[in-house]
Design a protein around this ligand. Structure first.
Ligand code: GRF
Length: 196
């Protein structure tokens, strides 16, 4: 069986990347192989996590981001991309070149609290402001609409009395994101390995 070659795009701390690396080390990503981690921020801690796991890294900043990314992806033979806390919006031309091959994790139950401007703590602040009692995380394919591609997996998480954006963010990560993203990545990697 030929594994689906995966690149993970990151911008920050990389706890979701860590969940993917841990899943791979535990044999829970049997149809995929994380071969490249790309950051659009120099010094992102996610890069250290990748290095510690022995995965190749690259930092791409400045102009022509997508053109240089395309070169990197092509030379590494990448077949699937996972956005794990990647804060740059990819162009319609880029996403169209990777139909149902780019996954993103979003920390709410889409279509709530999603779209342009909803990232990081902002998502949880809005969930608390609106007073929802259940939130969660969504893994979806990436298309030209921010957070608008087909939903692959979702997991609900309770909002508790006294929650702050930070406590809610932490619970959503622990109970949903870090479980859901590796599961969804394996599911898509398996599907892609079958169509080769
Ligand atoms: C996560 O909440 C993820 O859902 C969102 O950005 C955050 C990234 O965190 N897209 P990390 O870098 O994976 O720790």
């Amino acid at each position: 069986m030929v594994k689906t070659k995966i690149a993970v795009l990151v911008s920050g701390g990389g706890t979701n990347l860590q969940a993917l690396l841990d899943a791979q080390a535990a044999g829970k990503l049997p149809h995929g192989e994380i071969v490249l981690v790309v950051s659009n921020k120099a010094g992102a801690y996610a890069l250290t996590r990748a290095e510690q796991a022995g995965v190749a890294t690259a930092v791409l900043t400045g102009p022509d981001f997508e053109a240089r990314l395309n070169q990197l992806l092509a030379s590494a033979g990448i077949e699937m991309i996972v956005l794990a806390g990647f804060l740059k919006i990819l162009s319609a031309a880029f996403t169209a070149a990777w139909p149902e091959r780019i996954l993103n994790i979003h920390p709410s139950l889409i279509p709530s609290f999603c779209g342009e401007g909803y990232y990081g703590l902002k998502v949880h602040e809005e969930a608390l402001r609106r007073g929802v009692k259940v939130t969660g995380a969504t893994v979806h394919f990436v298309n030209e609409i921010p957070d608008g591609g087909r939903i692959v997996a979702q997991k609900a998480v309770e909002v508790l009395p006294g929650d702050t954006p930070e406590s809610l963010q932490r619970r959503v990560m622990e109970q949903a994101e870090w479980i859901l993203l590796p599961q969804a990545a394996e599911m898509v990697a398996e599907q892609l390995s079958l169509v080769k």
